[in-house]
Design a protein around this ligand. Structure first.
Ligand code: SAJ
Length: 406
């Protein structure tokens, strides 16, 4: 039996995947409301294929509880935020989960940490919790790090098909855990040590952050001298060894915009390029704001209430708003005391900001200018509705004629 701790964006699909492949699973979360929702037969976020996977897992007998189970394998998939000031990881949730596991687990149990952690976190924070309890690591308790790689929007497919990394002190334990994951994962599963697995995960997201920052810096250079960055990237990418990513309004989500800070926090004098990339990507929401002001001036729009922001999530076709560029922009606007902008996102049903609309047509009726911040399918399939509006397209999804771009 596996006890999956933390039923969020990673823990829930992982628990469902194990369960629907014949493994006995108890999913645990301290949030009782979330556990109740799952026990009443509802998933807690939108994701392609998640409801089907949920139904299958329920049929196979998955259980959800606020209590930890007594079993021989735990998978910890709780959040790992970072301290905004020190840029260091806040391992509090991981530590609390492992402490709770230590209260119930029998000797011989394996504790797998799936949460993304900065290199060295398991040595610094997790091992002491186990040792404090009087357990000898490697004899009484085994510890493994198995970071995930799935991308919101394509999680279910990627859980099955991505390659994975398993970091373990003891290669034999690594192989054992690898075999568990192989119950559903068809990708290659590489076994290595814990420190390497920790670092690899953070490096992957940092690689992407740096490459997005390069695209964003190019955009700024091109904007300053009236060159078409999208055309330049399109042509450059025809080179067999060039693959420039897409510039945009910034980097959101709980991974790429967070993990590089772990390296900056731990190696402040060495992580220079990484820090610069983070700074560039974090500057993009303000860059969009300046662009909005330029266009408002050019078009004679005086009232910010006539401006509508399309999209609140951090990327297209997901309902996740964590660290989203739009929210970063709204914060920035508040600092500039520019209140009143209208906002709409088809995926965000709850009111999370002021002047938020829940109907696309109503939103369009009330604004003269639409700033496309997220390229949801809804807007891609309804471009004709933007006729007559002033459009700033930050995602390069519109036909460029007659629209403004970043
Ligand atoms: N973005 C751009 N330009 C691009 C690509 C992305 O501006 O060319 C922006 C997106 O709009 C979004 C942000 O970057 O705001 C991140 O989106 P994403 O789709 O690139 O990645 P995430 O955060 O959804 O998922 C990432 C993935 N990591 C990598 O691609 C290296 C995923 O595989 C990881 O599992 C996930 O982080 C994680 O949990 O760490």
């Amino acid at each position: 039996m596996i006890n999956v701790i933390g039923l969020g964006y990673i823990g829930l699909p992982t628990a469902l995947m194990f369960a629907s492949h014949g493994v006995e699973v108890v999913g645990t979360d301290y949030n009782k409301e979330l556990v109740d929702t799952l026990n009443h037969g509802h998933t807690t976020f939108e994701e392609d294929g998640l409801d089907e996977l949920f139904a299958e897992a329920v049929k196979c007998g998955i259980k959800f509880s606020a209590e930890y189970a007594k079993t021989d394998m735990y998978i910890v998939a709780v959040a790992t935020p970072y301290d905004k000031k020190s840029k260091k990881i806040d391992a509090g949730y991981v530590v609390a989960a492992v402490k709770n596991v230590m209260e119930v687990c029998p000797k011989g149990a394996t504790v797998v940490i799936e949460s993304t952690v900065s290199p060295g976190t398991i040595d610094r924070f997790v091992r002491p919790v186990i040792e404090e309890k009087g357990f000898v690591i490697g004899e009484d308790i085994n510890i493994v790090h198995a970071p995930e790689r799935i991308i919101p929007g394509n999680m279910v497919y990627e859980l099955r098909h991505n390659s994975r990394t398993i970091g373990a002190d003891d290669p034999e334990i690594g192989e054992k855990v690898k075999n568990c994951y192989a119950s559903f994962c068809q990708g290659e599963i590489v076994v290595t040590d814990i420190r390497t697995a920790e670092m690899t995960k953070v490096v992957e997201n940092t690689f992407r952050d740096i490459n997005i920052a390069f695209a964003n810096e190019l955009l700024k250079i091109c904007r300053s001298d009236n060159m078409d960055v999208y055309e330049i990237i399109r042509i450059a990418n025809k080179h067999p060894r060039v693959n420039i990513l897409s510039p945009g309004p910034g980097v959101g989500g709980h991974c790429i915009s967070v993990d590089p800070w772990f390296l900056v926090g731990d190696y402040p004098s060495l992580a220079n390029l990484i820090k610069q990339a983070r700074t560039i990507n974090d500057s993009m929401p303000e860059f969009v704001l300046n662009r909005i002001h330029e266009i408002m001036k050019e078009k004679g729009i005086k009232d910010v209430k006539k401006v509508g922001l399309y999209g609140l999530t951090y990327k297209e076709n997901v309902d996740d708003t964590r660290e989203s560029p739009t929210l970063q922009m709204l914060e920035c606007m508040e600092r500039h005391l520019a209140f009143g902008v209208r906002v709409y996102d088809p995926y965000v049903k709850k009111d999370i900001t002021e002047n938020q609309y829940h109907d696309f047509d109503e939103f369009l009726n009330d604004v003269d200018m639409v700033v496309i911040l997220v390229g949801h399918d809804e807007i891609r399939n309804n471009m004709d509705k933007l006729k007559g509006k002033i459009v700033l397209d930050t995602r390069n999804i519109c036909n460029p004629d007659g629209v403004y771009r970043l």
